[in-house]
Design a protein around this ligand. Structure first.
Ligand SMILES: [Zn+2]
Ligand SMILES: [Zn+2]
Length: 369
């Protein structure tokens, strides 16, 4: 029997953030029935976002201690600077006397990380430089291209809390196919055009239900992932910058720069506009589309008649128009997206809740999309 898949956006800002309404990129996935939590990216402040969760049924609150896997799209700071604090929390870290490696019981890693070449060195270096000791263990599995140089996992190089990770080289189509599986869920990854090596992840069910959740890192061109992303139940695509017409919001002085010139500038920085996100959703026949990773120019609306709602609605409109299959939704921090199981009382077209008006209220309420 399948359960609902739930995605919680813990951070929806690009590297221009964090700001007063958005934290940087982090997304929590609940996909299996044993309560494990998987993160896609882990920006600065991710751990704090767990404690700032809106008021909801305590049984539905995300627990940082449920994290078992981190999938990192790329090593830009707005996607990775929260890894160490999350590891220190879950692996019961501290600044005590160094623990001789043999006193740590050798067992399976409590947390596994996946990401591009360099992630292993990044985590290991900061743990060592900050003198962080860990009570439990982690492993970093790197998704490598044939030209990447694997990072050593020799005993004298590893952190005391580290277990050797796998070096997983992509296939001839540049895809990391089924590099991870957990029950009915298999995970694929593919390359994205960005300014550094960047990955998109596909979480797919291998039973007859066949739901597929596609979460892309930063990109100006995800076409290399088209084959593995096709028929996604849900696509999460960045929309870092957008042309906002003068009629929608004068503060953007939208008439001064053309839509085309903004798109060119966005692509030059390795990013996408809402129209590009919609076009990719169309090309893979995605059934739902959520936009995230917004420039600091696009803070989330925070109160009822906030004019920023008009700007986000315009961003959604542009993506929806290019997609042509429904209404794209712009994410905000703590928004939840449910991909329901067929037996669920929810239907795939149901959008529940959806208000950012209580982001600043002391007693936050739950909202779902
Ligand atoms: Zn980014
Ligand atoms: Zn980036």
């Amino acid at each position: 029997m399948s359960n609902d898949f739930t995605l919680t956006f813990l951070g929806t800002s690009s590297g221009g953030g964090p700001n007063d309404t958005r934290s940087c990129s982090s997304l929590a996935l609940e996909m299996n029935e044993n309560g494990e939590l998987w993160l896609v990216d882990c920006a600065e402040g991710t751990l704090r976002q767990f404690s700032l969760q809106p008021e909801r049924d305590p049984r539905k609150r995300l627990s940082v201690n449920s994290i078992t896997k981190l999938f990192i799209t790329h090593l830009h700071f707005d996607h990775v600077m929260g890894i160490i604090t999350v590891l220190a929390k879950v692996l019961r870290g501290g600044f005590g006397d160094p623990i001789p490696p043999r006193t740590i019981p050798v067992r399976e890693p409590r947390i596994e990380l996946y990401g591009p070449a360099g992630l292993r060195t990044f985590v290991r270096s900061i743990l060592k430089m900050t003198g962080t000791e860990l009570t439990e263990r982690y492993a970093v599995h790197e998704l490598l291209t044939p030209s990447d140089i694997p990072t050593t996992c020799s005993a004298d190089e590893m952190h005391f809390g580290e277990l050797p990770g796998r070096d997983i080289v992509c296939n001839a189509n540049s895809i990391w196919s089924s590099f991870e599986s957990d029950g009915d869920i298999q995970v694929d990854a593919g390359p994205l055009a960005h300014r550094v090596s960047c990955l998109g992840y596909v979480f797919r069910e291998v039973n007859e239900v066949g739901r597929k959740v596609v979460i892309l890192g930063d990109t100006c061109n995800p076409s290399a992932m088209t084959a593995i992303a096709r028929n996604a139940s849900l696509l999460v695509h960045e929309a870092t910058d957008a042309h906002i017409p003068f009629a929608v919001d004068r503060s953007f002085r939208g008439d001064k720069k053309s839509e085309r010139s903004i798109e060119e500038r966005t692509i030059a920085k390795g990013h996408s506009t809402p129209g590009m996100a919609g076009a990719f959703a169309k090309s893979i026949r995605a059934r739902r589309l959520v936009l995230n990773h917004f420039s600091g120019k696009f803070p989330a609306p925070v109160y009822k008649n906030d004019r920023r709602k008009l700007v986000m609605a315009e961003i959604e409109r542009q993506a929806s128009q290019a997609w042509g299959h429904g209404k794209a939704v712009a994410a905000y921090d703590f928004m939840q997206v449910v991909v329901p199981a067929p037996s669920s009382s929810r239907t795939s077209s149901e959008f529940t809740g959806g208000s950012t008006s209580n982001l600043r209220s002391p007693r936050r309420k739950s909202f779902r999309y």
